[in-house]
Design a protein around this ligand. Sequence first.
Ligand SMILES: Nc1ncnc2c1ncn2[C@@H]1O[C@H](COP(=O)(O)OP(=O)(O)OP(=O)(O)O)[C@@H](O)[C@H]1O
Length: 269
Amino acid sequence: MNKPPPAAEPPAAEPPADPPAVHARGLTVIRGRRRVLDQLSFDVAPGTVTGLLGPSGSGKSTLIRAVVGTQAKVTGTLDVLGRPAGSAPLRSRVGYVTQSPSVYADLTARQNLDYYAAVLGIPRADRAAAVTRALTDVDLTSHADDLAGNLSGGQSSRVSLAVALLGTPELLVLDEPTVGLDPVLRRDLWNLFHRLAAHGTTLLISSHVMDEADRCEHLLLVRNGTLLAADTPQALREATGSDTVEDAFLRLVESAPTEPAEHPLRGTP
Ligand SMILES: Nc1ncnc2c1ncn2[C@@H]1O[C@H](COP(=O)(O)OP(=O)(O)OP(=O)(O)O)[C@@H](O)[C@H]1O
């Protein structure tokens, strides 16, 4: 009797793709009586540097606040590291650097970091090393013992960034971190962002400076609270036949359906 043919090997299973670090569907935010974000849908891939680019007032800070869970009146789906944005377990996993540096002016840079390290629960024995590492990451060791109140704007922003790095967050959300920095410092910070991403951190970085676009692996282009495009800088340039992301942005604006400058709420008293 013939032996039955061996059962066909099941096709090798694809390794499961990492879930997105940020997953938004139909994300809408109302501020005052205006819809300042309107039906945004996008994903941020883990371990990438994603740029959130758009002109002043386009909704970047609102989107960032929604992601870190500090924005009211958010509707739609917004998951961060697999959990609803703002949920308690995310607090230690998400680092957030606001536009205005949040440091104590009457403490030195090092004392600020030591204080936040204690708040974050870093054991006393590990604190000094964690603080020194964060100061080195943001290139502030030479100002470590200056009062934060005597630091320049860019230096204070870097203290805030160092605070966010203390907790070694999985997702680091930065609102315009390079504003007011000189080109050398800007380059150094972008190098730091890519080093962090190479070690697995996901970075979502807002900027209204289009020439920073090419420093990002992926871009979210926003305007008037809507998402114009979500793609790599190269794909955006190719799709629009543009030499720069700035030109691509302008072409996307020209080809987008005419949007009202604002999205007033209709039908509400
Ligand atoms: N409380 C509020 N009520 C109504 N509209 C508001 C309120 N706060 C902000 N806005 C509007 O929401 C829109 C988005 O603001 P947001 O700060 O998110 O923009 P942005 O892109 O971060 O701007 P910038 O680059 O200047 O910081 C703006 O048009 C702003 O005027």
